[in-house]
Write a protein that binds this ligand. Structure first.
Ligand code: AMP
Ligand code: MG
Length: 337
């Protein structure tokens, strides 16, 4: 065979192989932070990146868990009344959490631990606390009484932090940093209701991220087309229990001490800062439709899909959201700035 033909064939083979590598998919599934998680990455160096992502999720869980005895959250609680030195990650997650706590007027409150504990949400057997227990817990919930100075944290005795509303969003940001550092350009992770889509799909198209129907969790409400962003949902359906025929869910209103009852059944935030998007999803669920819209207009860095108990789907303009045919009885309303 002529040399030049061989050279062309070799070049073609290399191009084909390169094409294979660029779209090869690597996947992982794991359980961390009390959540079933899936990670998928495309292209080269993906196995090493996914190994590092898994290790990172385990590392962050050990820092942020409210129940593991040596976590930073536990150390802050046990060291209450004095200064506790925490990791750089804990200082960073607290910074975002405190900012959203202030931005939402305390609807999101990172010091909600005593209330979450009173409801037993950190155990296998949550229950309705007595009125006195709720009153007592609420005297110990106030993000303004947590002092963060560098990597030093101080809370008052009896107080504590709960990162349940922000940890997975923060973790998704860290995973994106790992992918970027390793040159991975196309990946998607789903940490429970927290999705982060890196770049575009390997074919260059937008990622399709489903939003669950909060009133029928086996159904998809609709699909968001996104690139390079977090899509994070808080919903009453995600964790709840029934006592005396009444259902109670895990997103608590720090103003009342009871599960938020704002008329919203789910809140999806679309934004590039995963930790902020996660805190906001919880905050806006507590705030309700009118205050959520106000905060959205004032902030200007994110999009949202709010679902109300009377089946309205409020979608901020600029988002590419399509209601599913299976979402019976819903109607979409566009919110404009
Ligand atoms: P998410 O699923 O992101 O809305 O977070 C819900 C979790 O955040 C709960 O399981 C609690 O651990 C915690 N949480 C509940 N209510 C609040 C609140 N008002 N502010 C901050 N964290 C909360
Ligand atoms: Mg959240």
């Amino acid at each position: 065979m002529k040399r030049w033909i061989l050279a062309v064939l070799a070049a073609l083979a290399a191009a084909v192989c390169f094409g294979c590598a660029a779209s090869a998919k690597a996947e992982r599934a794991l359980f961390a932070m009390d959540t079933y998680m899936t990670l998928a990455a495309y292209g080269r160096n993906t196995d090493e990146a996914l190994d590092e992502c898994e290790a990172e999720l385990v590392r962050l869980e050990k820092l942020f868990s409210a129940t593991l005895p040596d976590s930073d959250a536990a150390r802050i609680r046990l060291g209450a009344g004095g200064d506790v030195e925490v990791s750089a990650d804990t200082a960073a997650i607290l910074e975002t959490a405190l900012r959203v706590s202030a931005q939402s007027g305390g609807a999101f409150d990172v010091t909600i631990y005593p209330l979450v504990d009173a409801w037993g949400f950190l155990t296998e057997a949550p229950h309705v606390p007595s009125g006195d227990e709720i009153e007592d817990a609420l005297t110990r919930v106030d993000y303004r009484r947590l002092v963060l100075s560098g990597q030093s944290v101080r809370v008052e005795p009896g107080m504590g932090v709960d990162f349940g509303g922000v940890a997975k969003g923060y973790a998704s940001d860290r995973l994106m940093q790992i992918f970027r550092a390793r040159g991975v350009k196309s990946a998607i992770v789903s940490l429970g209701g927290n999705v982060y889509a890196l770049g575009a799909r390997p074919d260059g198209g937008a990622w399709r991220v489903g939003v669950q129907d909060p009133l029928d969790a086996s159904n998809v409400l609709g699909v968001l087309l996104v690139k390079d962003t977090a899509v994070i949902t808080s919903g009453a359906y995600q964790r709840n229990f029934t006592e005396n025929g009444k259902q109670y869910h895990h997103i608590l209103n720090p103003a009342t001490g009871y599960p938020a009852d704002s008329g919203l059944v789910s809140v999806t935030i679309v934004g590039q800062n995963g930790a902020k998007a996660d805190s906001l999803s919880t905050a806006l669920f507590v705030l309700g439709e009118a205050d959520a819209a106000k905060l959205w207009r004032a902030d200007g860095t994110f999009g949202m899909v709010l679902v109300t108990s009377d089946r309205r789907v409020l979608v901020t303009d600029g988002l590419d959201f399509t209601l599913s045919d299976k979402a019976v009885g819903y109607r979409t309303v566009v919110l404009s700035s």
